[in-house]
Design a protein around this ligand. Structure first.
Ligand code: 1CP
Length: 354
């Protein structure tokens, strides 16, 4: 494994292991992105996938929020769509619409178009970007790598892009349960390889995004999400037992108890979940992350501060990584992100002193 500058801020790693810290570590999902003028400036010159595929650019965008805010982690600038792309599907980033698959998987027979990727080669730019970022970060904060979860990636591969209900993808589950399981397993195998190699390239924490988990009935979650999510954690931990793993199953309220029994160290809560109830459910089986409503960043600063204090009170003394319940939004004022980050730090420090 490569050698990197020593880590100066280990609050997030300590918290993920359940160890005490002087204050609550904090970062924001989608912290590198469109709400930052310095990101938009880079995007004026370069396409989205060009940034993702150019390690120096990806590293610079990853570090932009670290330069601006006192956040306790960086997350690699990349996208969950690079995995379906490596598996042979074409993905285009359509302005104002997000990722689009010109030829989604409309029938199980079309799974023949998928390839078994040589992950080291097909996703080499991600590993290079992680390594370059670790050097450029120079130990300021730990670097988070990530992947989409099998179901969330399947949702895009079948649906062809973003959607409110993912009706086409969920229709697949009911009409073609066996083909669905085969697709989810193939995707799981690629994700495991991808995450293991991310850790080898320099990722110090790994997060799995199951952004559309909450569309399922509890039964379908147990069938089409949970086994694959659990397998990913077990297989990655077999190789990298020391790398903290975070799972974000957005909307899956009913899943917290089952997720706490998997090998993930941290469960990320969305804003509709009650921290106190989640604490009771998971007990000492998992650290929690989250979960301020991203729209609270539209509030005046004093209201935002109260919302952050309420959030911190909800997590109480449970080991907790401060975050939003979903990602930063393109029209957020970066100054509100600063209020969010600074209030998490200041108020959690007061709570520990009290
Ligand atoms: O125009 C642009 O510049 C593209 C906007 C953008 C950005 C900045 C997209 C398109 N992806 C990203 C980066 C990204 N995506 C990161 C970078 C690191 C960070 O968090 O700062 C990460 C972690 C993701 C992960 C991602 N992409 C998820 C999971 C997290 C979540 O938000 O639920 C999902 C669902 C995507 C798909 C995606 N990529 C981009 C868009 C607009 C979308 C959503 C599409 C949709 O479903 O409508």
């Amino acid at each position: 494994m490569a050698s990197f500058p020593p880590l100066q801020n280990d609050r997030l790693l300590r918290t993920a292991r359940g160890e005490p810290t002087d204050r609550t570590p904090v970062w924001m999902m989608r912290q590198a992105g469109r709400y930052l003028p310095e990101y938009r400036a880079i995007r004026e010159e370069h396409g989205f996938f060009e940034v993702v595929e150019t390690p120096e650019l990806a590293a610079d965008v990853t570090i932009q929020p670290v330069e601006r805010f006192a956040i306790d982690a960086a997350i690699l600038f990349c996208d969950i769509m690079v995995v379906p792309e490596a598996m042979g599907l074409t993905v285009k980033m359509v302005s104002g619409q997000g990722p689009t698959f010109p030829k989604p998987l409309t029938t199980p027979a079309e799974m023949e178009r998928l390839v078994e990727p040589d992950v080291e080669h097909a996703l080499g730019h991600v590993f290079d970007a992680l390594t370059v970022t670790r050097h450029k970060l120079a130990g300021r904060v730990p670097l988070i790598g990530f992947s989409g979860a099998p179901w969330t990636l399947m949702a895009y591969m079948v649906e062809g892009g973003g959607s409110k209900s993912y009706r086409a993808a969920r229709r697949w589950l009911y009409r073609h349960p066996d083909a669905s399981k085969a697709l989810l397993q193939r995707t799981t195998d690629v994700i495991v390889d991808y995450l293991i190699r991310q850790a080898e390239a320099g990722a110090q924490v790994l997060q799995v995004f199951d952004s559309w988990a909450g569309l399922h009935s509890p039964e379908n979650f147990r069938t089409f999400c949970l086994p694959y999510l659990a397998e990913i954690a077990t297989r990655v931990k077999d190789v990298h037992s020391d790398v903290p793993l975070i799972v974000f199953a957005k909307g899956a309220h009913y899943a917290l108890d089952a997720l706490a029994d998997t090998d993930y160290d941290v469960i990320s809560l969305d804003s509709t979940m009650d921290p106190a109830a989640a604490r009771d459910t998971v007990g000492d089986r998992a650290v929690l992350q989250g979960n301020l409503d991203p729209c609270a960043l539209y509030a005046p600063p004093d209201v935002l501060q109260q919302e952050v204090q309420r959030m911190l009170a909800g997590f109480g003394s449970h080991p907790h990584i401060g975050n939003l319940g979903h990602g930063m939004l393109p029209d957020h004022d970066p100054e509100r992100a600063r209020v969010f980050v600074d209030t998490v730090h200041e108020h959690s420090q007061h709570m520990r002193a009290a």
